[in-house]
Design a protein around this ligand. Structure first.
Ligand code: HEC
Ligand code: HEC
Ligand code: HEC
Length: 103
């Protein structure tokens, strides 16, 4: 009985860990972002991603385009997160059916 309880506890722990990994699209999890400082700012992102215009082109098919709108050039980390959960700040005011990976 004791062993069985321990085993199911271990299984629960293992699944909780796996779940939290897949539920968070942390930038840190991808190799190209491994060296980002935790407090990275837009300047750090644009070393590789070039410009707001360049990323807006990548999401040109999205409506609305999260990288080109009346909010102008917000900090990348207002939505993307180096170590935490991403958050589409547009939906602080709107109810767009856009979900960020891991949100
Ligand atoms: C060392 C170079 C580098 C830096 C710095 C960098 N990126 Fe990237 N990033 C890449 C590359 C390469 C890709 C893959 C090709 C692409 O989608 O542009 C990528 C892909 C992405 C993606 C799509 C894939 C994914 O992981 O979801 C997002 C979102 C992203 N970057 C956001 C950011 C943000 C936000 C920052 C700053 C906090 C940042 N990146 C800093 C190189 C970098
Ligand atoms: C602080 C609140 C706020 C935030 C955050 C915000 N918006 Fe808006 N947005 C507004 C207001 C206010 C209007 C104009 C009034 C209206 O739509 O009724 C508007 C209008 C719009 C419109 C045109 C009207 C519509 O609803 O189609 C679009 C598109 C839009 N916003 C996209 C975005 C996107 C994309 C983001 C995130 C990058 C964003 N907004 C973030 C407040 C906000
Ligand atoms: C208003 C929120 C918001 C801001 C601010 C923002 N992004 Fe994004 N970004 C998104 C959303 C939404 C997507 C598409 C869903 C996803 O990838 O999670 C996206 C996707 C991306 C992608 C992948 C595009 C593709 O499909 O290949 C890259 C790269 C990216 N963003 C980089 C950046 C960089 C760099 C900045 C700052 C210059 C930035 N983003 C600012 C919301 C935002």
């Amino acid at each position: 009985m004791k062993v069985k309880t321990l085993l199911s506890f271990a299984a629960a722990l293992c699944c909780a860990a796996a779940f939290s990994m897949s539920a968070q699209a942390q930038l840190k999890n991808s190799p190209m972002h491994a060296n980002l400082p935790d407090n990275a700012t837009t300047k750090d992102c644009l070393v590789c991603h070039q410009s707001y215009q360049a990323v807006a082109q990548k999401t040109a098919k999205m409506n609305p385009n999260p990288h080109s709108n009346h909010r102008g050039e917000q900090n990348c980390t207002n939505c993307h997160s180096v170590k935490g959960k991403p958050h589409l700040e547009c939906n602080d005011c709107h109810t767009f059916a856009i979900k960020m990976k891991g949100e």
